[in-house]
Design a binder for this molecule. Sequence first.
Ligand SMILES: C[S@@+](CC[C@H](N)C(=O)[O-])C[C@H]1O[C@@H](n2cnc3c(N)ncnc32)[C@H](O)[C@@H]1O
Length: 277
Amino acid sequence: MVNQQSAKLYLDLIKKTLSFSLWPEPPVPVEVFAYKYPLLTRMFLKLLSGFCRVGKMELVKPRRFSQQERHQGRIWPGYADTMIGKHRLDNIQECVEAVLRDKVPGDLIETGVWRGGACILMRAILAAYGVTNRKVFVADSFQGLPEPDEAKYPADKGDTHHVHEFIAVSQEDVEGNFKKYGLLDDQVVFLKGWFKDTLPTAPIENIAVMRLDGDMYSSTIDALNSLYPKLSSGGFCIIDDYALKGCKQAVSDYRAEHGITAPIVTIDWTGVYWRKE
Ligand SMILES: C[S@@+](CC[C@H](N)C(=O)[O-])C[C@H]1O[C@@H](n2cnc3c(N)ncnc32)[C@H](O)[C@@H]1O
């Protein structure tokens, strides 16, 4: 018998912890976002950081963001286990609770997990409600985004996501993050590799909630092509990057090609979802 009040309190705390919103945004080592500076400045900072390390010190840069910016998931956070912010975390909870309530069959998947926080929340929701017959699929290259294939996907022309080391998190680190919350078990399945290679043969029969967070046209369309046919009627398709032109284009192309007319619901400035009819 699930105590609803305890489940709610546990999940609220998990979301606050995953998004690191109980604490101020920590400073970051100056090199982390140094790609924004000119080459000479970058070299100077590297040298200076090197000197500091010799003296067992770290050269860091403060990062001051409003609570609103953090809730809206507008920043690349230093310590948080997810970058999607409060509103999109709440949306995951609402969608998963809806499929449990309405008995929509299938597993849960996120394509594009970074440090794993959104998937950790999915697993936490299953744990909170004592659900043992659904899995959470965790799909990522665990080495960042692919270089754009402009010939195949012209919408990705000039995309620079692949240069950001900050977005590349290893599977080992993501597993470690699940472990920190006591949520790494056989209900969590890792799909390591590029979506175009892993998703077509992923061992998933039915999906109840699919959450796409791969930023690019290619990453979004590859996930839709492989996974949407497996989404149960009444299941949710969540798109994290609708504010990005390439991602939005992939969603529009896929919906047009497959005659999907289910209304698109806005979560926040970039997140949207629809429920399969
Ligand atoms: C913006 S991050 C995801 C943020 C994450 N959902 C969160 O909760 O913070 C994008 C992730 O997508 C992954 N990714 C993007 N395109 C991919 C592809 N085609 N194949 C595999 N992984 C991909 C990257 O490695 C990265 O971890």
